[in-house]
Design a binder for this molecule. Structure first.
Ligand SMILES: O=C(CO)COP(=O)(O)O
Ligand SMILES: O=C[C@H](O)COP(=O)(O)O
Ligand SMILES: [Zn+2]
Ligand SMILES: [Zn+2]
Length: 332
């Protein structure tokens, strides 16, 4: 058993309280490799932004759970080397699907976990989330629960079907589980295809324009739970520059579309205090790698294509921090 406190990590409690008061949101960036982690830490250090390092079950399986957590723990030392005196870094389990997985992360130094029981019947979601909270809180680890189902990978019924969070359930859920934050469904979804072309309109250039998020659901949740930390998953904006580069250099991402940054900016000013971004980083990395492969076919040193990918991700993370979430300078 190793406590995150010995590792210089922090939980989300104070971070979220400040973000809600200050009208900004904390970035939660997924990582599963060294270059992503370096780019996240460099961006957060240089912008003095609190940051949530997010690890999925898939990432643990890909990179090896032990190696991954040592990498994240090393991130605190790296941030200090970069001149960030008091790094505010959370190590968070993304989409935990069982008590055992959450416990294993808590026991190995995670400062925060998500237990995602959103696909379960309501009472089972409450019971599972409460079980994780009861364990986590003994060690001052914070817990994110989820109510409502995002379209796409979270929804087995169909890719364009959301079950928005029912605002009538949130008080009961938060009170009975004791969770520290709540992920809700208001129309975002995971991946690079957040809306089908049929759900969108087209602008003059023929680009897809997505339908708006259900801000009325967010407003109703905030009215029921004033000041309670809300989380948005599936919040990549799928930058069209990256999609174009990928498609130009042999990729195939037709009609990829995300959440407009304008909507995320608006959400960040509300009780939404954690915004999850993974796909945008994948797109930045893929665009940069494809461009090197296409324009410098003689390169075979991975540093020559992963290096530019890392630079592009760092640029992306800084852009999110400074221009979308407004978390820069909040961890001086
Ligand atoms: O919600 C996410 C991770 O939990 C990531 O969402 P995106 O696929 O929109 O980046
Ligand atoms: O919510 C999903 C995250 O983007 C992580 O995805 P993953 O399960 O492919 O690692
Ligand atoms: Zn979920
Ligand atoms: Zn998610």
């Amino acid at each position: 058993m190793v406590s995150y406190k010995e590792l210089g990590l922090v939980n989300t409690r104070e971070m979220f309280a400040k973000a809600i008061k200050g009208g900004y949101a904390i970035p939660a960036f997924n990582f599963n490799n060294m270059e992503q982690l370096q780019a996240i830490i460099k961006a957060a250090s240089e912008e003095k932004s609190p940051v949530i390092l997010q690890v999925s079950k898939g990432a643990r399986n890909y990179a090896n759970a032990t190696l991954l957590r040592y990498m994240a723990q090393g991130a605190v030392a790296y941030a200090k080397e970069l001149g960030w005196e008091h790094p505010q870094i959370v190590l968070h389990l993304d989409h935990g699907d069982s008590f055992e997985l959450c416990k294993s992360c808590i026991d190995s130094g995670f400062s925060s976990v998500m237990i995602d029981g959103s696909h379960l019947p309501y009472e089972e979601n409450v019971a599972l989330t409460k079980k994780v909270v009861d364990y986590a809180h003994q060690f001052d680890v914070t817990v994110e629960g989820e109510l409502g189902v995002l379209a796409g990978v979270e929804d087995e019924v169909s890719s364009d079907h959301h079950t928005y969070t029912d605002p009538e359930e949130v008080i009961d859920f938060a009170t009975r589980t004791g969770c520290d934050s709540l992920a809700i469904s208001i129309g975002t979804s995971h991946g690079a295809y957040k809306f089908t072309p049929e759900q969108c309109t087209r602008n003059a250039e023929g680009r897809l324009v997505p339908p708006p998020l259900a801000f009325e659901v967010l407003d109703a949740v905030m009215e029921k739970l004033p000041g309670f930390p809300i989380v948005l998953h599936g919040s990549s904006s799928v930058p069209q520059e990256y999609v174009d580069i990928i498609n130009k250099y042999g990729g195939k991402l037709p009609d990829a579309i995300g959440i407009p940054e304008e909507e995320l900016r608006k959400a960040a000013k509300s009780a939404v205090c954690k915004i999850n971004i993974d796909s945008d980083s994948r797109l930045a990395m893929t665009a940069a790698v494809r461009e090197v492969f296409a324009t410098k076919p003689g390169e075979f040193d991975p540093r020559k294509y992963l290096g530019p990918a890392r630079d592009e991700m760092e640029k992306l993370y800084k852009h999110k921090i400074v221009n979308v979430l407004g978390s820069n300078g909040k961890a001086e």
